[in-house]
Design a protein around this ligand. Structure first.
Ligand SMILES: [Zn+2]
Length: 294
């Protein structure tokens, strides 16, 4: 088959793939869900999962986030042994047990968040990275416990915390136990803050619901990725009772910055250097001492 025909066939295949609307599909070529361009997948991977054509930010895995942000070989994962329970015996369209098994199969057993510590530009940091692949990065008891332990350990070690949020909100399959994590994580962030230690929150696409309404919005500095969707309830839920069109760009990072809800929008390629600068600033260093070298 000539290359042009193969490309046409591949484009048709990808156009009919509903999963392609949320993620970069597998294979050598990918169709960008945002601009529709067919792109050599290696170009996207080498570009930190950012589309080279339209700048759309796709979600990296937690391992890829760690590699992008931290100094080489400095990462130590913590609390990876925590596994979820099914306290309600929840059964929806499928059972919670089945959802957990499917989510476990596509992640590395870190549940909805990977936590640990390492060094960023030779500075000790505690880092949490949520994983949207695990039941939409929702916060159940394990995510809440891991976030809490992350802040408690960082407090004990007198270290800053960086959190990369990506979540669908609370994990409804755990009912009230999920909602309780909002108060629990908020208290842990407060104790870390009371000890005079900095917390930088990075909101990626999407960050709604109970995660935004607790630890994700409590950073001393709140950063968002370009065009990330950030808001408590979804636009449709808000629009229904209002009965009117929502403004263009509603709940996007740019609108939140304009209204003072976040501090800065940073492109992924600049994130590591900017974090290094911010950590130095928060540690009280002058700008001449602040730098980001691997
Ligand atoms: Zn694109």
């Amino acid at each position: 088959m000539p290359l042009s025909d193969w490309l046409k066939h591949r484009r048709q295949q990808l156009a009919g793939d509903p999963a392609g609307k949320r993620t970069v599909p597998g294979g050598i070529w990918s169709k960008c869900a945002n601009c529709g361009e067919t792109i050599y997948q290696r170009d996207i991977l080498e570009n930190l999962h950012v589309c080279p054509e339209c700048d759309h930010h796709f979600p990296p895995s937690p391992d890829e986030w760690v590699a992008a942000l931290l100094d080489k070989d400095s990462w130590r994962q913590t609390n990876s042994n925590l596994t979820p329970e099914d306290p309600l015996g929840f059964i929806g369209r499928k059972s919670y047990k089945e959802s957990l098994a499917a989510a476990m199969a596509v992640t590395d057993g870190h549940e909805g968040i990977m936590t640990g510590h390492g060094r960023l530009a030779d500075r000790a940091v505690y880092l949490g990275v949520m994983d949207f692949r695990f039941i939409a990065g929702s916060m159940g008891a394990v995510v809440g416990e891991k976030v809490t332990r992350l802040f408690e350990s960082a407090k004990d070690e007198r270290s800053p915390v960086i959190m990369v949020a990506a979540s669908g909100g609370a994990r409804m399959q755990e009912g009230m136990l999920s909602l309780m994590q909002m108060a629990k994580t908020t208290a842990a962030v407060a104790r870390h803050s009371d000890a005079g230690l900095p917390y930088i929150s990075i909101l990626t696409n999407p960050t709604p619901g109970g995660v935004l309404a607790s630890f994700a919005s409590l950073g001393d500095i709140i950063i968002a990725e370009p065009r990330a969707h950030i808001g408590f309830a979804g636009p449709r839920i808000i629009q229904q009772p209002l009965g009117e069109e929502l403004p263009k760009g509603f709940q996007r990072a740019e609108a939140l910055l304009e209204h003072g809800m976040i501090d800065k929008i940073i492109h992924r390629r600049d994130l590591r250097n900017e974090l290094a600068g911010l950590l130095g600033y928060l540690a009280g260093e002058t700008s001449s001492k602040v730098g980001a070298t691997r």
